[in-house]
Design a protein around this ligand. Structure first.
Ligand SMILES: C[S@@+](CC[C@H](N)C(=O)[O-])C[C@H]1O[C@@H](n2cnc3c(N)ncnc32)[C@H](O)[C@@H]1O
Length: 260
C-alpha cells in the first residue's frame, strides 16, 4: 500500500490549483489555505532538495528525534497519523523503524507534495491520503500516535488543527510536533536571522524558481507562537504532560503531549 495516493476530500481534487501567491499578509483562513496549498504544489519537485540543503541535512536528524519521542514508551502498533505529511519524510522515518508494527496515514492537502515523495514509501506501511488536516479522515479516538513536521505553522487555524488531532487520538496516545522557532541567545540569534531573512530566501528563489515561498518561510516562523505559547495551546486542546526540547541551538522545537 506504500505510495498509494488517495484523494480523500474535496480539497484534494483542487490540490495545486489555487496558486495564490503567499508573499503578503493572509487575511482569511480560506485564503491562507488556498495560498499554502498552491505554494507547496508549486515547489513540490524541489522541496526535498531545498530542505536538505538549507538545513545542512539537519532536517533528517530532527525527524529522527521526533520519531524517537513519539515511540518512547509506545507499542508502535495500530494506526498512526502524520498530518501535513508533505513528501512523506516523517511518515517514512516512522514506518521504517524496526520496532514499528503499525500503519501510518500520511495526510496532506497538496497532491503534488505527496506524489513527489510516494516512491520513498514503497514497501512501507504508509497510506498517503490527500486531505485536510483540519478534517482528518479518521474516527474519533482511533489513532495510536500523531506527528506533524513543519506543518502546524501552515494551518489556517492552529487551534482547529490541534483540536482535530485531539479528536482522532486515543486517550493516552502521544502527539509530537516538530516546528521551526527562533533562537534566543545572541549573537547566534542575529546571525541566524540574517541567514533566515536574507540568504535562505535568495537560495530558495533560485533553486525552486518560486518568487515568494522562501520569503513566506521566515515570515511564517517569525509570527508563529514561541514554544511556551504553543505548549499552552496544546494543553488547551486537551493534551497533558506537554513539554518541548529545542534542537540545533533553538532553531527547531520538538513538542510532545499526551492525549488526556
Ligand atoms: C513545510 S511542509 C512539511 C512537510 C513534511 N511534514 C516535512 O516534514 O517535510 C508543510 C506541508 O503542510 C501541508 N499542509 C498545510 N496545511 C495543510 C492542511 N490544512 N491540511 C493538509 N496539509 C496541509 C502543505 O501542503 C505542506 O505539504
Amino acid at each position: 500500500m506504500g505510495g498509494d495516493l488517495r484523494r480523500g476530500t474535496e480539497a484534494a481534487t483542487t490540490a495545486g490549483a489555487a496558486a495564490t501567491e503567499p508573499g503578503g499578509p493572509l487575511p482569511s483562513p480560506d485564503r491562507k489555505a488556498a495560498a499554502v496549498r498552491g505554494m507547496f504544489g508549486a515547489i513540490a519537485p524541489r522541496y526535498d532538495l531545498l530542505n536538505h540543503l538549507l538545513s545542512l541535512n539537519l532536517d533528517r536528524r530532527w525527524r529522527r528525534r521526533a520519531v524517537d519521542r513519539l515511540l518512547a514508551g509506545a507499542a508502535g502498533a495500530g494506526v498512526y497519523v502524520d498530518a501535513c505529511a508533505g513528501t512523506l519524510d516523517l511518515a517514512v522515518e516512522l514506518a521504517g523503524r524496526d520496532d514499528f508494527r503499525g500503519r501510518v496515514v500520511a495526510c496532506d492537502f497538496s497532491f503534488p507534495m505527496l506524489a513527489s515523495g510516494a516512491a520513498k514509501a514503497e514497501r512501507l506501511p504508509v497510506d498517503a491520503v490527500c486531505g485536510d488536516a483540519l478534517g482528518l479522515p479518521l474516527a474519533d479516538r482511533s489513532v495510536a500516535g500523531a506527528t506533524v513536521g513543519f506543518g502546524v505553522r501552515n494551518l489556517a487555524s492552529l487551534e482547529a488543527g490541534l483540536a482535530e488531532l485531539a479528536r482522532v487520538l486515543r486517550p493516552g496516545a502521544k502527539l509530537v510536533i516538530l516546528e521551526f522557532t527562533t533562537p534566543r541567545w545572541q549573537p547566534f540569534r542575529a546571525l541566524y536571522l540574517f541567514y533566515f531573512r536574507h540568504i535562505l530566501p535568495w537560495i530558495g528563489r533560485r533553486i525552486s524558481g518560486h518568487g515568494s515561498a522562501y520569503d513566506y518561510l521566515p515570515a511564517s516562523v517569525l509570527e508563529f507562537p514561541a514554544p511556551p505559547a504553543l505548549a499552552d495551546l496544546m494543553q488547551a486542546a486537551g493534551f497533558r504532560d506537554v513539554r518541548w526540547r529545542l534542537l540545533a541551538g533553538g532553531i527547531v522545537a520538538v513538542h510532545e503531549g499526551t492525549r488526556g
